[in-house]
Ligand binder design. Structure first.
Ligand code: PLP
Length: 439
């Protein structure tokens, strides 16, 4: 069956090369292919399935909505589905956190939300420049691509990275506080650095290698933004929606971003994106930024049902418990095989293992796939194995998946050619084209 894909689908396809099978059905944290093989999901649609496949709450809500001939497409007209979503967001997320952000619906992909946030920041501040960080990943439309670090995605033919400066992310260079550097460069009128409209960041760089910003650094960046009248945009597309423990990834740092980009898991697997904007910056003229698919009502229905998970503390407590299982197991793997694992990384339910190369990581991913576990890698060379199970995963299945991962890492030792000294990266499709497997 894969021949059809090979024959008809563009060469640009990526994940089907990593997981070469035909998936047929899925429930929770398990998928089955058309031959009946079972896979445990530590990949989660690159962060889109935080609540699991076919989450029962979503399934029931969607079935009832379709059965009742609910509106499916609406551009930005008002629908009961949209109103239920807005009410659910306000009641379950914004009001309990003292937030009064407005919701701008954008086209349904993450990159659409990033484009809208950039454009609005430029409109509000009447400045064209933006600061992003090393290893940032914000999407592939041209504005978002200009912010995305990985050179695999760039070509001078696509146009230059206009109006963007990249600074070191937290921890990029040991001994350097890059927030101090940011401050100095903004202060120095000879630094060559224009005052930007906005600074955009991920608190944990999902595609960039699971680099975690410290709360202190985030706080310092926010203070710099406030003092210099620069807007702070947090891209929570991958690590929001509970991925790091709280609904927003920045809650532990006690910051209040001016804009927040949300997508992926907000629609429970259905396409949906939005930007949360502080009211004073919601300065669009009516219809000034549009898009046909801003009204995916099925996604509104799914999202409204899923946000009810945040009505109480149960999900947050569950994430905490599962995250400690993951960190204990990964720490143990690191302690037993320091020759193969250089470092553990991440936070909450996005954690991982940094290996010496993308070649090694690819070997582990392939072995895991053969043994029924889906996971991917991130980082400049795709060298960081990413453990990203659903937040609702059964603890037993979580352990089962971690056992498969542990065995796959152990099995690396049997390939003398993947030892630290003798890695031939040019032989490895993923290592030689970093980021090739990433969304
Ligand atoms: N921002 C972040 C942090 C992401 O992880 C991604 C996708 O992985 C995007 C933006 C782009 O989202 P999309 O692929 O839906 O355009």
């Amino acid at each position: 069956m894969l021949e059809t894909v090979e024959k008809n689908e563009s060469n640009v396809r990526g994940y089907v090369r990593l997981f070469p099978t035909v998936f047929e059905k899925a429930q929770g944290s398990e998928l089955w292919d058309s031959s009946g093989n079972r896979f445990i999901d530590f990949f989660c649609g690159a962060g889109t399935l935080n609540y699991g496949h076919n989450n029962p709450r979503v399934k029931q809500a969607l079935l009832s909505y379709i059965q009742a001939d609910g509106i499916q497409h609406s551009l930005d007209t008002a629908t009961t589905a949209k109103i239920s979503f807005l009410e659910s967001l306000e009641q379950n997320i914004l009001a309990p956190r003292g937030m009064d952000h407005r919701v701008q619906f954008t086209g349904p992909t993450g990159t659409n939300a990033v484009e809208a946030a950039l454009k609005l920041a430029k409109l509000v501040k009447q400045r064209s420049h933006v600061i992003a960080f090393t290893n940032a990943y914000h999407g592939h439309s041209l504005g978002a691509l200009a912010l995305t670090g990985n050179s695999y995605y760039h070509s001078e033919y696509f146009g230059s990275r206009n109006n963007v400066s990249h600074l070191p992310f937290d921890g990029y260079h040991s001994g350097l506080n890059s927030a101090d550097l940011l401050e100095q460069m903004l202060e120095d009128s000879s630094s060559g650095f224009p005052i930007p409209a906005a600074i955009i960041l991920e608190t944990v760089q999902g595609e960039g290698g699971l680099n975690v910003a410290s709360p202190e650094w985030l706080h310092q960046v926010q203070e710099i933004c406030r003092r210099r009248s620069i807007l702070l945009i947090v891209d929570d597309i991958q690590v929001g929606n509970g991925r790091t423990g709280a609904f927003f990834s920045f809650e532990h740092a006690d910051i209040s971003p001016d804009m927040i980009c949300l997508s992926k898991s907000i629609g429970g697997g259905l396409p949906m994106s939005c930007v949360l904007v502080k009211p004073e910056y919601d300065q669009w003229k009516p219809g000034q930024h549009t898009g046909t698919f801003r009204g995916n009502n099925l996604a509104f229905v799914a999202a409204a049902a899923l946000l009810e998970y945040w009505q109480d503390e149960k999900l947050a407590q569950r994430i905490k418990r599962l995250a400690s299982v993951v960190s204990e197991r990964l720490d143990r793997m690191h302690a037993t095989r320091p020759d193969l694992i250089l470092e553990t990384r991440g936070r909450g339910m996005i954690q991982g293992l940094r290996l010496a190369s993308g070649f090694q990581a690819r070997k582990v991913i392939d072995t895991c796939f053969e043994n029924g576990l889906l996971l991917e890698a991130s980082g400049p060379q795709d060298e960081v194995l990413k453990v990203m199970p659903a937040l609702t995963i059964d603890e037993e299945i979580l352990h089962e998946g971690l056992d498969v991962l542990q065995q796959a890492i152990e099995s690396l030792a049997q390939y003398p050619q993947v030892g630290f000294a003798a890695i031939n990266e040019s032989n490895c499709p993923i290592a030689s084209s970093p980021g090739a497997a990433s969304v």
